[in-house]
Design a protein around this ligand. Structure first.
Ligand SMILES: *Cc1c(COP(=O)(O)O)cnc(C)c1O
Length: 375
């Protein structure tokens, strides 16, 4: 802190909560019990199906849970391999490990920070059971290339769309295109229920398997009480959380537009600096969950100095995800050169929906001071 009164804190994310969320949550707390204990959950699932354009949705307690259920539903288990990008949040990899399978970490593309299709194809073995396409920070994976590779090898593509609400690939919403999709409603995400997630699919058989797994192994239509037919999971969203989710879904377009406004303001202000931000290739829309800058390789940049500069100005900046292959539980793999070069040059910027232009200007001023072309 630079002495005197600290400037007001600029958080990196925070939810947008209005009277509507409060009204629905209050109603759920007062009335959402007994025969009404699933009302908001059913409504939330219906609103989400409609938003995404998918046949089936199962609300969950987290995206991690949705991924775990979906991969269990695909029969992924011990000895199997699932391919994903090296730069990722651990939540995408953990369910693979929980199922006894192996995450195979491949390099990402320098412009989208998502899976490099050529690296995916090179990593396929007899044991590969799925390709996990994570749409990082709202950026889209090349779904056409990945699905083409998947088709050729008989391997499904899963979409981790936890960060990709509002992102659209050639007219179809992220999360609706792979064999299944998973979303997160954690407090830092574009839409929130505090904690929460959802599993979505257009595949009827997979939906039925996941529905049974999600209900502690009890099949729909089973007439015996307390009669599981298999060992399942318990990753449910509560009616109280779903009530907040219903309000967020009614405001989805507004919340996504807020993220896009914040991104555009940064992009315009930072356009003269030697850096790249989240891309938006033609015929796609980026939901811009997290405005992120990656400084050019040949520019003068010290990530720690920028973070310290933010801290002095009471701004909450965050580092890019680490390559998973740097973490102690995975095999080191510095051969993933793009991943191991990206993270050191990158920073996430504060981006809650109603951040003011004046607060964004404070962030921009810090960056402008500390990112410069090498003389
Ligand atoms: C947030 C996130 C998750 C995990 O979501 P939870 O709801 O916290 O389980 C998974 N994958 C990605 C890409 C995420 O950003």
């Amino acid at each position: 802190m630079s002495g005197g009164n600290p400037k007001p804190r600029i958080h990196y994310t925070k939810p947008s909560i209005t009277e509507l969320e409060i009204r629905y949550a209050t109603d759920a707390a007062a009335n959402g019990w007994g025969e009404h204990c699933y009302d908001y959950i059913r409504r939330f699932e219906a609103l989400f199906r409609e938003h995404l354009g998918v046949k089936h949705a199962i609300a969950t307690s987290s995206a991690t849970g949705a991924l775990h259920l979906g991969m269990a539903g695909l029969g992924i288990g011990p000895g199997d391999e699932v391919i994903l990008g090296d730069i990722n949040w651990i939540a995408s990899a953990a369910p693979i490990v929980h199922l006894g399978a192996k995450p195979v970490l491949v390099d990402v593309l320098p412009d989208t920070w998502c899976l490099n299709p050529a690296e995916v194809e090179a990593a396929i073995t007899r044991r590969t059971k799925a390709i996990l396409a994570v749409h990082l920070y709202g950026n889209l994976c090349d779904l056409d290339a990945l699905r083409e590779i998947g088709k050729r090898h008989g391997i499904p593509v899963i979409e981790d769309a936890a960060e990709a609400i509002g992102s659209i690939w050639h007219g179809r919403r992220a999360g609706s295109i792979g064999i299944f999709g998973a979303f997160s409603f954690h407090g830092t995400k574009t839409l929130t229920t505090g904690e929460g997630g959802i599993f979505v699919t257009n595949d009827d058989a997979l939906y039925e398997r996941v529905l049974t797994l999600s209900n502690h192994g009890r099949a729909r239509g089973e007439t015996r009480q307390f009669w599981p037919e298999t060992i399942g999971y318990k990753y449910k969203m509560s009616n109280l959380q779903a009530a907040i989710g219903c309000a967020q879904m009614e405001r989805a377009q507004e919340l996504i537009a807020g993220k896009r406004r914040v991104f555009e303001y940064y992009r315009t202000a930072l356009s003269g600096l030697p850096l790249c931000m989240n891309p938006e290739p033609s015929d796609t829309v980026n939901g811009f969950w997290m405005p992120t800058l990656v400084v050019d390789k040949d520019a003068a940049f010290d990530r720690e100095a920028l973070l310290a500069g933010f801290q002095a100005e009471n701004i909450d900046g965050r580092v890019f995800f680490w390559p998973l292959s740097m973490l102690p539980m995975f095999r080191q793999h510095p051969q993933n050169r793009v991943s191991h070069s990206l993270y050191r040059r990158a920073i996430n910027l504060p981006s809650y929906h109603d951040i003011s232009n004046a607060d964004q200007d404070r962030v921009i001023e810090c960056i402008t001071k500390l990112v410069c072309a090498r003389q």
